[in-house]
Write a protein that binds this ligand. Sequence first.
Ligand SMILES: NC(=O)c1ccc[n+]([C@@H]2O[C@H](COP(=O)([O-])OP(=O)(O)OC[C@H]3O[C@@H](n4cnc5c(N)ncnc54)[C@H](O)[C@@H]3O)[C@@H](O)[C@H]2O)c1
Ligand SMILES: [Zn+2]
Ligand SMILES: [Zn+2]
Length: 338
Amino acid sequence: MEALVLTGKKQLELEDIDVPEVKPNEVLIHTAYAGICGTDHALYAGLPGSADAVPPIVLGHENSGVIAKVGDEVTNVKVGDRVSVDPNIYCGQCKYCHTARPELCENLSAVGVTRNGGFEEYFTAPATVVYQVPDNVDLKSASIVEPISCAVHGIKLLKPSPYQKALVIGDGFMGELFVQILQAYGIHQVDLAGIVDEKLAMNKELFNAKNTYNTAKGDKVPANEYDMVIEAVGLPQTQELAIESSARGGQVMMFGVGGPDAKFEMNTYEVFQKELTIQGSFINPNAFEDSLALLSSGKLNVKPLMSHELNYQQVDDFVNGKLGVVSKAVVKVAGEEA
Ligand SMILES: NC(=O)c1ccc[n+]([C@@H]2O[C@H](COP(=O)([O-])OP(=O)(O)OC[C@H]3O[C@@H](n4cnc5c(N)ncnc54)[C@H](O)[C@@H]3O)[C@@H](O)[C@H]2O)c1
Ligand SMILES: [Zn+2]
Ligand SMILES: [Zn+2]
C-alpha cells in the first residue's frame, strides 16, 4: 500500500509498504482523510509534538476512516464502521492516569506520532481510542475531531458560564473553533482578535463573533473587559494582550504554544488585583464524544474552515509553508468511498 513516510528530518517519501498486522486488541482502518496541523510541522522539522516522533514514521494524528479488520478481543466496533481515532494512548498505570489527568501521562504514546498514523492507506489503532462517527457527520469533518477535542478540553478546564463575555485571540483554525465552541458551551458573547480581515469577517457573518479586532491594522482591544480570554497564537505580545484584556475575576487560557524558551512579561500585581486564573491546556482527554456531538448537532460547523484538500504530494508544500492562508488542510487518502 501507499504511505507517506517521514524518513528523517524534513524528509517525506512516498513508499510502498506492507499493510500492518492487527493485534488482538487493535483494529485496522482504511483511511479516508487525515488532517494536518502545526504539530506535523514540528515533527517534520525534527521537533517534539505531544511526544517525540522517531523516523521512519507515518504521521497523521488527525484522521478518519472505515474499519477493515478487527482483532479477536475487539467488541466496541466492527468491520464497516465509520470511525475517528483519538491519537493519544495513555498507559493507565502512572500517577496522572490514576488521578483522572491522563493527558499528563508519563508514558504517552500517539497514533501518527510514536506509531504510524493516517498518511497511509491502512493503519492500526487500539480499539480503546476508536470512536464511531454519527451517520450525519461526513468522514472529512470526522478527520478533525482531534483538534476540535483540544478546544473542548481547554473549555472544559475553564468551566464556562453563560454570563461570561469571551475574547478569542488568534484567527487561525483553533481560534475559529473556539469562537463556535464557546457559544455551544453557553457563553453569550464571543469577540475575536486577529490579523486577517477576511477571517474576521467570516467569523462575524457565519459564526456570530460579535466584535472583531484587526490588531495588525491598529484596532484596540478593550482592556479589563473579558471574563474569559483564550490566547490561541502563542506569541509574547498576544499573551500580554490576554492578561491585559481580562476583567476582574477573569480566566485566561494560554492555549497557544510558544517556543520552548519563549517568555512573556506579566504584571503580577495585575494578577493579584484582578484575581486572575491563568490556565494551560494540553491535548484532548475524554473529549471525543463531546466533539462528535457538537458536529452531529450542527452547533459546530467546520466545513467553511476546511480550506484545503490535499494529496500526498502537496503535504510537502504545506509543511514548508507554501500554501498561503490555510485554515485547515486535510489530506484525502481514500475519501468517502474508503
Ligand atoms: N493546547 C493545545 O492542546 C493545542 C492544540 C492545538 C493547537 N495549539 C496551539 O494553538 C495555536 C493556534 O493553533 P492554529 O492551528 O490555529 O495555528 P495557526 O498557525 O493556524 O494560527 C495562528 C493564527 O494566529 C493568527 N495571529 C498571528 N499573530 C496574531 C496576532 N498578533 N494577533 C491575533 N492573531 C494572530 C494568525 O492569523 C494565524 O492564523 C498554536 O500555537 C498551536 O500550537 C494548542
Ligand atoms: Zn493536530
Ligand atoms: Zn499514564
